[in-house]
Design a protein around this ligand. Structure first.
Ligand SMILES: [Fe+2]
Length: 140
């Protein structure tokens, strides 16, 4: 039997923001980033890597708009900061895919580290900052 490969970027309970829909979306983002890491390590072709990048970009956009909608409906006071951080990451991702497709960058350990660090920071700092507000607002 083949040994189970270790997940490069494992989900941790500490990432929970105590809002189940958001946790599920964050898990999905973690999963896409792991898929990108696998594709890079296995030396997958450009088309495969590009399609994982498209998935990441699309899912991040969906997640951000869901999150912003929820926070807005519950009058989160730091909304503007949250939105600015989301727009900045969206443009970073778009730029990153464009650079990859124009061959001015290659998939590398440093790119993967950037994505993992970004998502960890998004969850652990930006999103955990609204956790208490949302738990109170949702009456859980
Ligand atoms: Fe988030």
């Amino acid at each position: 039997m083949q040994a189970q490969a270790t997940t490069w970027f494992p989900w941790k309970d500490a990432y929970s923001v105590q809002v189940p829909e958001i946790d599920a979306q964050h898990k999905r983002l973690v999963e896409i980033i792991n898929r990108l890491q696998d594709a890079m390590l296995q030396g997958q072709g450009k088309n495969v890597i590009n399609s994982v990048l498209v998935d990441l970009e699309e899912y991040a956009k969906y997640h951000f708009s869901f999150e912003e909608d929820l926070l807005r409906r519950h009058a989160y006071p730091k909304m503007l900061t949250q939105e600015a951080q989301h727009r900045s990451f969206e443009s970073k991702l778009g730029q990153f895919r464009a650079d990859y497709n124009s061959a001015s960058i290659t998939m590398s350990v440093s790119v993967m580290d950037f994505l993992r660090d970004w998502l960890t920071r998004h969850i652990m700092q930006e999103d955990r900052a609204y956790s208490a507000h949302m738990v109170a607002a949702l009456g859980k």
